[in-house]
Design a protein around this ligand. Structure first.
Ligand code: NAD
Length: 503
């Protein structure tokens, strides 16, 4: 079954005029009686309308679980990016001058539409990323909805003006935002940039990851249907080194907000530095799960494995290094070995995003063996019984030394390394001993001892004794994990600049 996708809704909002070709291409298919999957349309969204891209190159979207092509989107070029930035600049004065509570109302409407299209979002992310439906629904659909809700509230409540002595201090939007996002949490990472940018009064050009552009198109329809004025949000799908680079280098962009690899982040930071423009970078991680003596070992190991194997290990903040004291190390390894067996590929554990990523992860597993680490679960071979799909066996390494590549480099797959420490100072040295500092966990006999350890960690976020993810807590990296913060009031601040008036 096919029906005219979200373009109808955009029409209803009065904000979008679908190009004829674009309208035909924007289909929503029913997947085996389940929720509809957005199949993609061969159009970019610029100035409030879906329109054909400047050239006719396309990107095939592949389901990583089946290796089948499920959709097609334009491979936008510098010309499309230029048109999108021009539209965003034209829309900036009007949106920046829109009262915050009116901006909040649009974000609130977007939240409602995200919630209403929950199943379609989950099915689309499940199809283009390979995530199991339960995880796609609970995290890939519901988390961005929660983040959108938090910015609808913040936009209305934030004090955009304050008095400081004889000054009035104004917080004004930074301007046009170029947002470049990865595939691993495709909608969450879009909303974590676009929602605060819109709340602040900025306008946006988004270049989503080439592996997961379908949910980005679906989100575009939602924003149009929420009543966002034309040009405030623009979408150009395309390849990183083409459309992404053109966006990062465009002189009409005031702030580049990037999430992805450290290698590309470094390049974007250098480009932004040369142009003296603002940049926010959310990069990689190699976070430590520190289990202190006296902690609940089984819980710490089991929750730790669940944290890494969720999303097939493709979580930048995953606690991929488990640190255990020498006295309980063997016991912890036995718990992890038994726990890993529950993550059956194809069932509870989805594939990784593409063949390149699968080969990269398996390469790291082989490298770990070559380095002398011991595999206690999983391994580099293909999982049995799966004919298709980019699957990797959930893998646990024991006898890992902190200097090994598998303990230093981000693998971005379902691989955990278990490292033995002698005492707390040793644990701290190991925990802080990588170039990264995005997240982490500490488990202690009591909260106080865990917090005392967490204070000494060089990292942006630490979960204490299994503390839950908070979509309003600032998220971002120390060291080479990035620059700036996303989510909550700290995330909003990234999109504001300050002016003071003296009286
Ligand atoms: P990537 O850096 O290759 O791609 C991320 C985005 O940047 C994509 O949209 C891509 O098209 C674009 N891009 C690629 N080359 C570009 C260029 N030269 N100029 C401008 N844009 C370009 O990363 P990936 O493979 O999509 O994602 C995996 C990596 O991202 C991992 O290392 C992971 O840790 C990191 N990541 C970090 C976070 C975080 O919040 N810190 C979140 C997700 C992913």
């Amino acid at each position: 079954m096919a029906q005219g996708g979200g373009t109808d809704r955009a029409d209803a909002a009065g904000g979008a005029e679908p190009a004829e070709d674009a309208d035909r291409a924007g289909d929503v298919d029913q997947a085996g009686g389940g929720a509809g999957i957005h199949r993609g349309r061969e159009a970019v969204f610029i100035g409030g309308a879906w329109r054909p891209a400047a050239t006719d190159g396309t990107i095939d979207v592949v389901n990583p679980a089946t290796e089948q092509v499920i959709g097609r989107v334009p491979a936008g070029t510098a010309q499309d990016v230029d048109a999108a930035v021009t539209a965003a600049r034209a829309a900036l004065p009007g949106w920046a001058a829109t009262p915050p509570d009116e901006r909040a109302a649009v974000l609130g409407a977007a939240r409602d539409l995200l919630a209403a299209r929950r199943e379609e979002i989950a099915a689309t992310v499940s199809a283009e990323l390979g995530a199991p439906m339960a995880f796609a629904t609970a995290v890939h659909a519901d988390l961005p909805t929660a983040v959108m809700a938090s910015y609808a509230e913040l936009a209305a409540a934030h004090p955009f003006e304050e008095r400081v002595g004889n000054s009035r201090v104004l917080q004004e939007p930074v301007g046009v935002v170029g947002a470049i996002t990865p595939w691993n949490y495709p909608l969450h990472q879009i909303v974590a940039k676009v929602a605060p940018a819109l709340a602040a009064g900025c306008t946006v050009v988004l270049k989503p990851a080439e592996d997961t552009p379908l949910v980005a198109q679906l989100f575009t329809d939602i924003l149009a249907a929420a009543g966002l004025p034309a040009g405030v949000f623009n979408l150009v799908t395309g390849l990183g080194p083409v459309a992404g680079q053109a966006l990062a280098e465009h002189p009409g962009v005031d702030l580049v907000s990037f999430t992805g690899s450290t290698a590309v982040g470094r390049q974007i930071g250098a480009t932004a530095g040369a142009a003296v423009k603002r940049v926010a970078l959310e990069l990689g991680g190699k976070s430590a799960n520190v289990i202190l003596p006296g902690a609940d070992l089984a819980r710490a190991v089991n929750v730790g494995l669940a944290n890494v194997f969720a999303n097939s290990g493709q979580t930048c903040s995953a606690w991929t290094r488990i640190l255990v004291d020498a006295a309980r190390y063997d016991e912890a390894v036995a718990i992890a070995t038994a726990s890993a067996a529950k993550y059956v590929p194809g069932d509870r554990l989805g594939p990784v995003v593409n063949a390149k990523q699968r080969d990269r992860v398996r390469g790291y597993i082989r490298r770990g063996v070559d380095e002398g680490a011991r595999i206690v679960a999983g391994g580099p071979d293909a999982p049995e019984g799966l004919e298709a799909g980019y699957y990797v066996r959930p893998t646990v390494f024991a006898d890992v030394e902190p200097a090994m590549a598998i303990a230093q480099e981000e693998i971005f797959g379902p691989v955990v390394v278990m490292i033995r420490y002698e005492d707390e100072e040793d644990a701290l040295r190991i925990a802080n001993g990588t170039v990264y500092g995005l997240a982490g966990a500490v488990w202690g006999a009591d909260e106080e001892s865990a917090v005392a350890f967490a204070r000494r960690m060089d990292t942006g976020q630490v979960d204490i004794n299994g503390g839950r993810f908070n979509p309003q807590a600032p998220f971002g990296g120390y060291k080479q994990s990035g620059v700036g913060r996303e989510l909550g009031a700290h995330g909003l601040a990234e999109y504001l600049q300050t002016k003071s008036l003296q009286f």
